[in-house]
Design a protein around this ligand. Structure first.
Ligand SMILES: Cc1cc2nc3c(=O)[nH]c(=O)nc-3n(C[C@H](O)[C@H](O)[C@H](O)COP(=O)(O)OP(=O)(O)OC[C@H]3O[C@@H](n4cnc5c(N)ncnc54)[C@H](O)[C@@H]3O)c2cc1C
Length: 383
C-alpha cells in the first residue's frame, strides 16, 4: 500500500517517513516491573529476533475493503428481509461485536424466530451469536468456516483502521463506526486474559518522523485506548514522534474456534453453501437473513465499491519477553507492523488494494524480515 492511502483510509496510526536519527528524547525509561503482564508505556523493550531462519509460516488474506466504509443496512431482496453487515476492511475483528449488535438490532425489527446468517468469519459468527442469545434459531450458511476464513488471517490488534476512503465516507458511517467501536471494545475487554478466547493486553506504539496529526480522536474516542499518549517526541525506535496506548490482541485461530464452539453448544446450526447471486437467497427456508459474506458480498450483491486489500503476514518463533506491538513506515523498508502472539511474533506491513493474489510472495517475506530486524536494531530503550 502507498503511505498516502494508509493515512487517508482512517488508519490513525500516524506513520510517516524515517530520518535515520536515533534519539531517546521524551521517552522515559522506568524500570520494568517484572510481574506486570504488560509493561509501562516507557518501560525498556527487548528486541524481536527477526531472521529468515526463524520464520515459521507466511499467510495471505484479502481484507474486505469497501471504499465508502462498511455497509450496515436493512433492505428487501426479492421476498427476503436482508440486513447487510459487510465490508469492514482492516478492522473487522475490532468492530465485530459492535457491528454485530447494530445488525442484530436491525434484524430484530422483523420476525426473528428463525434467521439465516450468511458467512462464518468473525462478523457472521458474532452476529449469529447475538441473535442466538436474543432467542432466534440461527443457521449459518457459508462457503468456508474457520480456520479457512479471512478472519483467521487477521493480526488481530484491537484498533479499527483501514476502514474507508476519506473522500467517500459519510458522517453517518463515521458515527456508526464510532458507536460500533465503543460497543465492540467493551465486549472484548470481558475476554481479556481468558485463555479460552486468546485475547490479551499489549502496549502498542506508532512512530513517525513528522508530527502526528491529532485533529481527530482515534476511532471510537480516545477513551478506548488506555494509557494513550499522542505525538510525543522520541519513542523507542528513535523516530522524532510517537503515539502509544494499551490495547487488546486477539489471536484469531483461538478466538474463532471458541466462537464456533459456543455457537454450536448453544444449538446453532452450520451449513456449507455457496451463493452465486442474490437470486440464490430465494432457496433458503428463512425469510430473515443477515449477510456477513465480507468480500464475497461484492459479487453476490453486485457491490462494486468493495475491493480486496491484500495483506501478507509472516510469523517468527515466539519470544516470551515481547509484549509490545508497533506500526510505522520507513523509507528503507516501507510500511511495517508487528504484534506479539503467544504462538509467534507476527510480522506485517502490506495493504495492497485491488490485489486478489493469495500466493505468498518471497520478496515480501524478505522485506519484512529485514525491515523488522532494522527496527529492532534501532531500539533505544532495550531491557
Ligand atoms: C493481513 C491482515 C491483517 C488484519 N489485521 C487486522 C487487525 O489487526 N485487526 C482487525 O480488526 N482486523 C484485521 N484484519 C481485517 C479482518 O480480517 C477483516 O476485517 C475481517 O476478517 C472481516 O470479517 P468477515 O467475517 O466480514 O469476513 P471473512 O472472514 O472473509 O468471512 C466471510 C465469510 O463469508 C463466506 N462467503 C464469502 N463469499 C461467499 C459466498 N459467495 N457464498 C457463501 N459464503 C461466502 C466465507 O466463506 C466466510 O465464511 C486483517 C486482515 C488481514 C488480511
Amino acid at each position: 500500500m502507498k503511505r498516502r492511502d494508509f493515512l487517508a483510509s482512517g488508519a490513525g496510526l500516524g506513520v510517516a517517513a524515517l530520518s535515520g536519527c536515533t534519539t531517546t528524547s521524551g521517552f522515559a525509561s522506568p524500570p520494568a516491573t517484572g510481574e506486570a503482564l504488560v509493561q509501562p508505556i516507557g518501560a525498556p523493550m527487548q528486541p524481536i529476533i527477526s531472521s529468515m531462519n526463524r520464520v515459521t509460516r507466511t499467510i495471505v488474506g484479502l481484507r474486505p475493503f469497501r471504499k465508502p466504509g462498511p455497509r450496515l443496512e436493512a433492505v428487501k431482496v426479492g421476498s427476503k428481509n436482508v440486513v447487510h453487515n459487510y465490508g469492514h476492511g482492516g478492522g473487522g475483528v475490532s468492530l465485530s461485536w459492535g457491528v454485530a449488535e447494530l445488525a442484530a438490532t436491525l434484524a430484530k425489527q422483523s420476525n426473528y424466530d428463525s434467521v439465516a446468517v450468511l458467512g462464518s468469519g468473525v462478523i457472521g459468527l458474532s452476529t449469529a451469536t447475538l441473535l442466538q442469545r436474543a432467542g432466534a434459531n440461527v443457521t449459518i450458511y457459508a462457503k468456508d468456516f474457520p480456520p479457512n476464513t479471512t478472519s483467521n488471517v487477521a493480526g488481530a490488534m484491537w484498533h479499527p483502521v483501514t476502514l474507508y476512503e476519506g473522500d467517500q465516507v459519510t458522517p453517518e458511517t463515521l458515527a456508526m463506526l464510532d458507536l460500533a467501536s465503543r460497543i465492540a471494545f467493551n465486549r472484548f475487554i470481558r475476554f481479556a486474559n481468558d485463555s479460552k478466547y486468546g485475547v490479551y493486553w499489549i502496549r502498542q506504539y506508532s512512530f513517525s518522523d513528522t508530527p502526528i496529526n491529532t485533529d481527530r480522536p482515534y476511532v471510537g474516542g480516545d477513551a478506548l485506548y488506555p494509557g494513550l499518549v499522542r505525538n510525543r517526541p522520541g519513542g523507542p525506535f528513535g523516530f522524532a514522534y510517537y503515539d502509544a496506548f494499551y490495547t487488546l490482541m486477539i489471536d484469531p485461530d483461538i478466538y474463532l474456534r471458541a466462537l464456533v464452539n459456543d455457537f454450536l453448544a448453544a444449538g446453532g446450526k452450520m451449513r456449507e453453501k455457496t451463493f452465486e447471486s442474490e437470486a440464490d437467497l430465494e432457496n433458503l427456508a428463512e425469510t430473515n437473513i443477515v449477510n456477513c459474506m465480507g468480500l464475497g458480498s461484492g459479487k453476490v450483491f453486485g457491490d462494486e465499491s468493495i475491493v480486496p486489500a491484500r495483506g501478507q503476514l509472516s510469523f517468527l518463533l515466539p519470544q516470551s519477553n515481547i509484549e509490545y506491538g508497533y506500526a510505522g513506515s520507513t523509507p528503507e523498508h516501507g510500511l511495517l507492523y508487528s504484534f506479539p502472539r503467544k504462538t509467534g511474533i507476527l510480522l506485517g506491513g502490506s495493504v495492497d488494494k485491488g490485489d486478489w493474489s493469495l500466493e505468498p510472495r518471497q520478496d515480501e517475506v524478505r522485506r519484512m524480515v529485514d525491515g523488522h530486524a532494522f527496527l529492532a536494531s534501532r531500539l533505544t530503550v532495550k531491557g
